[in-house]
Design a protein around this ligand. Structure first.
Ligand code: CMP
Length: 437
């Protein structure tokens, strides 16, 4: 006997190594004891495709798609339906049922709904001995089992959860978007998104999981989240037109549905509510990431961090707005939540660009820490959101958390040095100019 989780991982490895028959034998052993394991059944179908049996595979994909629809896993149902399309097999009845069940007019959607979970990974499975030959007719028997094992099953939940974002759409827009979703079926460790790259789409996790992480300038990794079925990611770059804010990598295996710019244009006049919902996700995640990675929050535990965050006020600023004007008194501390700021100084009518600040960057600390007037202007370069913490509160914070004082002092010193270096470079260029003229 072995545990279902181990058998599944081993089967995935064999499949990845180009051994679909071995993998099929293991997945079939899982389906034999756990017919509700729709993931294993989907893999049976994948193995059948690799073994050159698309017709047998199509029967399994159809059956899994129906089961997933009824059992509360609509995203997997979409994955299976889209794969059927690539096999030129019938799928329209599935998509029609999907829209009826999960569209905005569905009477089955209810927040107190349930769904049928996968069987536990510690379920006992009796795997075959892969050193022996498979029995004659094994492939069609395995296909039959996976295609029919839930035919008699009838304990489906009466109410189901909606699909985030999609279930708010009219049935028509829902149908159009589903028709444009791209399917990604990815192995362990595959990177879906790399931090810093441009981003033109967002994703739903249909099954499996992904981890979200960032790496700082010293190469240290911070894990921001593990996301599972139903989660949305990749929306931040799309919403803010900024590079990807984090990397996203598959853990185990994952099936993803990608919503591209094309899918979004299929929404036509229903784009607005989806954009609003994505904005909400984005904001919540930016705040979480700020707490997880910004040094202002480091000395505190999670609930203190939340408390500190509540003291900040949030301000949306239009491009061209000055947040700090050089020479003014320091009012408090700012953190860029999203967008971009230009920092520049002006002297004798000459403007010197000093820096560009982005999500997570702190500013306003120099005047505060030194009690001097601000020595540069900070201007929004794009539509941005900044968080602001008033001077009195910063003073109290610094008094109770010496690490924060140290951090702000070091930041102010680094920036002072960078400004002086820039000024020197400027002077050098000034000399150059004299020589060349
Ligand atoms: P984007 O910046 O486009 O690419 C990386 C994605 O990681 C990002 O969008 C978010 O969808 C996701 N992400 C970033 N931070 C978090 C977080 N704290 N929790 C969950 N997902 C996140």
């Amino acid at each position: 006997m072995a545990k279902l989780g181990e058998v599944k991982s081993h089967a995935a490895r064999l499949f990845g190594q180009g051994q679909p028959l071995h993998a099929l034998r293991l997945y079939d052993a899982i389906v034999a004891v756990a017919p509700l394991d729709y993931e294993a059944r989907l893999k049976v179908a994948d193995c059948l495709v690799s073994l050159g049996e698309p017709t047998l595979a199509a029967d399994v994909y159809r059956s899994v798609s129906w089961y997933s629809l009824k059992s509360g896993h609509p995203l997997i149902a979409i994955v299976a339906a889209r794969v059927l399309e690539t096999l030129n097999a019938e799928k329209d009845d599935l998509l029609a049922a999907l829209v009826v069940r999960y569209g905005s007019e569905s009477e089955l959607i209810n927040k107190f709904a349930g769904r049928l979970n996968l069987p536990g990974s510690d379920t006992d499975v009796a795997p075959p001995d892969l050193r022996t030959e498979a029995a004659p007719g094994f492939i069609s028997a395995a296909a039959k089992r996976a295609a029919t094992c839930t035919d008699e099953f009838d304990e489906y939940p009466e109410a189901i959860h909606g699909i985030p974002l999609l279930s708010q759409l009219s049935e028509d827009a829902f149908r159009r978007v589903v028709g444009t979703l791209l399917v990604g079926r990815l192995p362990h460790n595959a990177h879906v998104i790399r931090s810093g790259e441009p981003g033109q789409s967002f994703f739903f996790v249909a099954s499996g999981s992904v981890r979200v992480y960032t790496v700082d300038g010293l190469g240290r990794e911070t894990e921001l989240a593990i996301l599972g079925e139903g989660a949305v990611f990749g929306e931040m770059a799309l919403i803010s037109a900024q590079p990807r804010s984090a990397s996203v990598q598959v853990v185990g295996e994952a099936d993803l549905l990608e919503v591209t710019r094309d899918s979004l244009s299929a929404l036509a006049d229903e784009l607005e509510p989806v954009a609003q919902a994505l904005l909400k996700f984005t904001r919540e995640r930016l705040l979480n990431n700020l707490m997880a990675t910004n040094r202002l929050f480091k000395p505190f535990d999670r609930s203190q961090q939340r408390d500190l965050l509540r003291r900040f006020t949030s301000h949306d600023v239009a491009p061209g707005t000055d947040i700090i004007h050089q020479g003014d008194e320091g009012m408090g501390l700012f953190v860029v939540l999203s967008g971009e700021m230009d920092v520049f100084s002006e002297e004798a009518g000459k403007t010197t660009p000093l820096a560009t600040l982005r999500s997570g960057d702190v500013f306003g600390e120099m005047a505060l820490i030194r009690g001097e007037p601000t020595n540069a202007t900070v201007r929004a370069a794009k539509l941005s959101t900044v968080l602001f913490l008033a001077r009195d509160y910063v003073n109290r914070l610094v008094a109770i958390a010496p690490d924060i004082k140290k951090y702000l002092l070091a930041l102010a010193e680094d920036r002072q040095m960078a400004t002086e270096l820039l000024a020197l470079e400027h002077d050098d260029h000034a000399d150059d100019e004299i020589v060349f003229i």
